[in-house]
Design a protein around this ligand. Structure first.
Ligand code: GTP
Length: 275
């Protein structure tokens, strides 16, 4: 069958090739983004097939620039021109679905946010999650990590002699320090970590999918940041301990965290004592 001949180089229209080549590359990029970022489902299929049709159509467009087709194939030019508008329509339908899906997710997130505030799971001073949320989420993470055989770690942070700081500077300064510290913690940790105010002057950060060596590195980095703040602004010293969660329940993990903190404080006090 005669499927056409390659055009000689001097007939190439480089501007057309550049324009159509770029369009094809962008369409391939869309396809890649959809495949890599969307979860499987109906909306994703519409987006996928829409982009695929576009890629197909733009590819034929580009091929045109290099091949001269015989007449009987040129009559089938609908093969080249139809997929583009159909692809656009399919893609648009997918985008509308995506928009609806996003609106539903936003509604759900707002609902959850209201639920958290309603149930006083968020501490009003620091805007961090409080102990009830910590217990619930830690229990869930322990079960999840155990079933997936992944590592889970905790950071425990306690302010040293906060009672004395309050006495010296007043409760309002103490409050301001607590919210400043919480902000720093939220900013320094990763998006997936959960920072909670565990007690008055004690904080716990949950580090999902994190083994102890990595938690050590994170703690070291955090210690540096925090000690800088303490020196610059004459703020209290802090004790930071990292721990791998190997317990089966949130209750026993939190108990172990308290023990680890007590040991760290005791060791620090001992090291300050003259021998
Ligand atoms: N300003 C302020 N202080 C608080 C708040 N919650 C707890 N505190 C204070 O935190 C202090 C905690 O005291 P302790 O548990 O003895 O701890 P500490 O004085 O830091 O001593 P160590 O932890 O052993 O170093 C108390 O003095 C509380 O008044 C708060 O919301 N605002």
């Amino acid at each position: 069958i005669d499927t056409g001949d390659a055009k000689p180089g001097n007939e190439f229209d480089w501007l057309d090739i550049l324009g159509e080549g770029t369009t094809l590359l962008v369409a391939c990029g869309w396809l890649g983004l959809i495949i890599s970022s969307r979860p499987a489902g109906r909306v994703t299929e519409w987006l996928y097939y829409g982009s695929l049709l576009l890629v197909y159509s733009y590819f034929l467009d580009l091929l045109d620039e290099f091949i001269r087709y015989p007449d009987h194939i040129r009559l089938m030019s609908w093969l080249e021109s139809l997929p583009a508008p159909v692809g656009m329509l399919v893609l648009t339908y997918g985008l509308i679905g995506w928009h609806r899906e996003q609106r539903a997710i936003n509604r759900q997130l707002r609902g959850r946010e209201l639920f958290l505030r309603d149930h006083q799971l968020i501490d009003p001073l620091t805007q961090l999650y409080g102990i009830e949320y910590l217990q619930a989420v830690l229990q869930r993470e322990i079960e999840l990590h155990q079933s997936q055989r992944k590592a889970l770690s905790l950071l425990i942070l306690d302010i040293d002699n906060f009672a004395a700081f309050n006495r010296q500077h007043g409760m309002a300064s103490g409050d301001a320090y607590l919210s400043q510290l919480s902000e720093l913690l939220s900013n320094q940790l990763r998006y997936s970590d959960v920072v909670c105010r565990y007690a008055g002057d004690r904080f716990i950060a949950l580090l999902p999918n994190t083994a102890l060596p990595q938690a050590n590195i994170m703690a070291q980095h955090l210690r540096q940041q925090l000690s800088q703040l303490a020196i610059e602004k004459q703020q209290p010293q802090l004790t930071l301990v990292e721990m791998a969660v190997q317990q089966n329940s949130a209750k026993s993990a939190l108990h172990a965290a308290d023990q680890a903190m007590a040991l760290a404080k005791k060791t620090a006090t001992l090291s300050l004592q003259p021998i």
